[in-house]
Design a protein around this ligand. Structure first.
Ligand code: FDA
Length: 311
């Protein structure tokens, strides 16, 4: 793993640095390359553009780790507004939403899980009314059990609700086995947080090996795997597993982040694959941007130039 990954991930949770960086406008080069805009309108417009290119979308209203009840309520309301706007533009058949439970109250002292579940239910209901689905993003490992517990509750009423599992966690192969059931939607990613060695593989090669083991479990099972990676090797291995297991296109999908390897997104879609682009929008882009920089520290100089010029 890169030497810069850990410091950047620590910065992603630093309030002081956040205050300086967050004064950059969303239109500044580096932010805009990962986040198309701040408003519902901008998110819907970006979705329409991707769908016109043959892609599908999952939208994330940015925000996380809130300790403010009013903010959690506002986030849930923003998702409902977004889902109504997608339906009104006839985009809900191609676009779903991704929700971070910590943005809708999971960390609120005492009542966190109850509030997050309530808000997640409201969002699932709005998604179902619009004709689409919700996927629960996965955050750091201290939230994994709580998030999977809330997923189980939600799936009783909204069985199409998707989960995310992170290959860097030691536990994830077992979680894949538990979730690879008929009707389940599971996004497999490598994992984006700063995790200790007690719970997570630290070396890229070990994370990649775990990713492949998990892929075998998910693609070998009856659920709907969502293969979230930009890694050319992982995509090649997934494609070859799909072939050897005889899985048909449309019984799984590839997922990538907005602005990362867009040509590869189009290439896969042109080959008949379902490709879903994760589109984050809103003002709270700081933590998201820092995790993207940690994955690709080559972008750091681009980022620092944007910060100095505030453009
Ligand atoms: P890896 O980081 O090894 O990169 C492989 C290659 O991809 C690089 O060599 C480069 O070519 C390209 N690349 C990667 N990052 C880039 C960047 N920032 N800019 C330009 N090129 C880049 N994580 C999590 O913990 N919880 C979650 O819920 C999610 N959700 C999620 C949804 C979707 C749709 C995706 C694609 C990813 C996530 N992630 C996530 C993030 C994920 O865990 C992981 O951090 C990133 O996807 C980077 O890992 P890769 O698999 O791309 O491989």
């Amino acid at each position: 793993m890169s030497l810069l990954r850990q410091p950047l991930l620590m910065l992603s949770r630093s309030g002081a640095i956040k205050n300086v960086v967050s004064t950059m406008p969303v239109s500044s080069g580096i932010v805009h390359s990962y986040v198309p805009g701040e408003t519902t309108q901008a998110a819907v417009d970006a979705t329409a553009g991707l769908v016109a290119d043959g892609l599908t979308v999952t939208l994330d209203f940015l925000g996380e780790d809130t300790l403010d009840r009013a903010r959690a309520d506002a986030t849930a309301a923003a998702y409902v507004e977004l889902l109504e706007a997608l339906a009104a533009r006839d985009l809900a058949g191609s676009a779903e939403v991704s929700v971070k439970l910590s943005a809708v109250g999971q960390m609120l002292p005492g009542e966190g899980e109850r509030v997050a579940l309530e808000h997640a239910r409201t969002i699932c209901r709005a998604a179902s009314n619009a004709g689409t689905t919700v996927t629960l993003d996965m955050e750091d490992h201290t939230t994994t059990d709580s998030t999977l517990g809330i997923l189980r509750e939600l799936r009783q009423d909204f069985p199409e609700t998707g989960a995310v599992l992170q290959a860097y966690l030691h536990r994830t192969e077992a979680d894949c086995r538990a979730l690879a059931q008929e009707g389940s939607r599971v996004r497999l990613c490598k994992g984006a947080y700063n995790e200790p060695e007690e719970v997570a593989y630290q070396d890229k090669v070990d994370v990649d090996r775990s990713y492949v083991r998990c892929l075998k479990v998910l693609l070998g099972g009856p659920g709907y795997p969502m293969i979230a990676t930009h890694d050319p090797r992982m995509i090649e291995i997934a494609t070859s597993l799909v072939g050897s297991l005889g899985r048909e296109q449309g019984t799984y999908e590839f997922q990538m982040l907005y602005g990362i390897r867009p040509e590869e997104q189009k290439r896969l879609a042109e080959n008949g694959e379902t490709v879903r682009v994760y589109v984050p929008y809103g003002q709270e882009w700081y933590g998201y941007l820092m995790r993207r920089l940690a994955e690709r520290p080559q972008n750091l100089s681009f980022f620092l130039k944007s910060l100095v010029s505030k453009k």
